[in-house]
Design a protein around this ligand. Structure first.
Ligand code: ADP
Ligand code: DP6
Ligand code: CO
Length: 330
């Protein structure tokens, strides 16, 4: 394929970081619009990023990830997302999307969050949409729910809302903290977050109490953040992570994202607390464990978790934004 058209066409490039939820999003009440059953709350990382370049033109959409042309479901999701952008822009132009994830893809380290936040930001610019942060969060949400929060700086609360216009993330202040990310297994998960959520909703006997209890614990989390109470934030974070994994493990057929080493890492975090280092654990839909700690304790927590896998320490980072350096066409 030749890309002559691309040489003359402006390229729009965005960078977005993953976010890790302290109150988890798990389950949709509207699959198409991606409206969640409850609100959630997260920290956007300042480490590892997705960089995405969008170039309008060509005879069909094309999606390259990590230098490879992508086919199948992941490419269809990108194309569906571009359809949404085209509808908003009144355009019928195709686009080439070139993306790179610094972190592993589909491993439970929020690649869909940074991926669709970066794509929303770059595609909105490429198609000439002038969106404010709220509108960008609403757009990114329709690519992947958790992406609504990677548009936001530092700490974000995603309001469940009553419709598409009211279901967006916005910044909130929270106690300063570090996330200590422990890569236990960077391989792709067997069940995507999207499918896992559907299966839980369709088969778990605990589904209805999950939705109501998450909205309740989110209110407690917001109060703890407003009070700058790190201990309370940590306790809620760990409780809610265990609840989500208990819920997921109650589906039929069973889905289990945590590995034996994940539980060992959670145990090590609990032991740290008994030794006076205040750390709390969480994990997304994958085996990798993320500890939160006050900034001054981050190094000690990192040292304690190193035996379980590669460690990255992250501080609160920026929401998705345009950058000037474009990725080259592979
Ligand atoms: P994760 O835990 O990494 O978020 P998910 O199951 O939620 O895992 O989503 C993984 C999917 O997100 C990938 O299979 C792909 O469809 C999509 N994705 C990941 N990275 C990107 C990206 N940079 N651009 C567009 N889509 C992406
Ligand atoms: C466990 O946002 O990846 O990470 O909306 O179907 O794309 P889709 O799912 P996704 O789900 C994230 C689930 C989670 C918890 C969280 O990030 O809040
Ligand atoms: Co995801």
């Amino acid at each position: 394929m030749t890309h002559d058209w691309a040489a003359q066409t402006p390229r729009f490039t965005a960078k977005a970081h993953p976010n890790i939820a302290l109150v988890k999003y798990w389950g949709k009440r509207d699959e198409k619009l991606i409206l969640p059953v409850a609100g959630s709350m997260s920290m956007t990382l300042d480490t590892v990023a997705t960089t995405t370049t969008v170039i309008k033109g060509g005879s069909a959409d094309a999606f390259y990830l990590g230098g490879e042309l992508v086919a199948g479901k992941a490419a269809a999701q990108v194309s569906d997302f571009l359809d949404l952008v085209r509808r908003l822009a009144g355009s019928d132009e195709h686009a080439t999307v070139i993306s790179h994830n610094d972190a592993p893809t589909a491993a439970g380290l929020a690649s869909s969050a940074s991926g669709f936040a970066a794509l929303a930001t770059a595609a909105a610019a490429a198609y000439g949409l002038e969106l404010n942060t709220r509108e960008l969060s609403i757009l990114a949400r329709q690519g992947s729910g958790s992406a609504s929060r990677s548009v936001i700086d530092k700490f974000a609360v995603w309001h469940a809302g009553t419709d598409s216009e009211t279901s967006y993330a916005e910044e909130l202040s929270a106690p300063d903290m570090r996330m200590i990310i422990c890569e236990i297994n960077a391989g792709p998960k067997l069940v995507s977050s999207r499918l896992g959520m559907q299966l839980t909703r369709d088969t778990s006997p605990f589904w209805s109490s999950w939705a109501s209890s998450t909205e309740e614990i989110l209110q407690e989390m917001l109060a703890a953040c407003a009070a700058d109470d790190f201990t309370k934030v940590g306790e809620i974070t760990e409780t809610h992570a265990y609840r989500m994994h208990a819920l997921i493990q109650s589906s039929r057929p069973v889905v289990r994202y945590l590995a034996p080493a994940s539980y060992a890492a959670f145990d090590r975090i609990a032991e740290l607390r008994r030794q006076g280092v205040e750390a709390y654990g969480t994990a997304d839909a994958g085996p990798n464990v993320v500890a939160i700690a006050r900034p001054e304790d981050a190094a000690a927590v990192a040292n304690a978790l190193r035996e379980f896998g590669k460690i990255t320490i992250a501080a609160p980072g920026p929401g998705s934004h345009l950058i000037t350096e474009a990725l080259p066409l592979p």
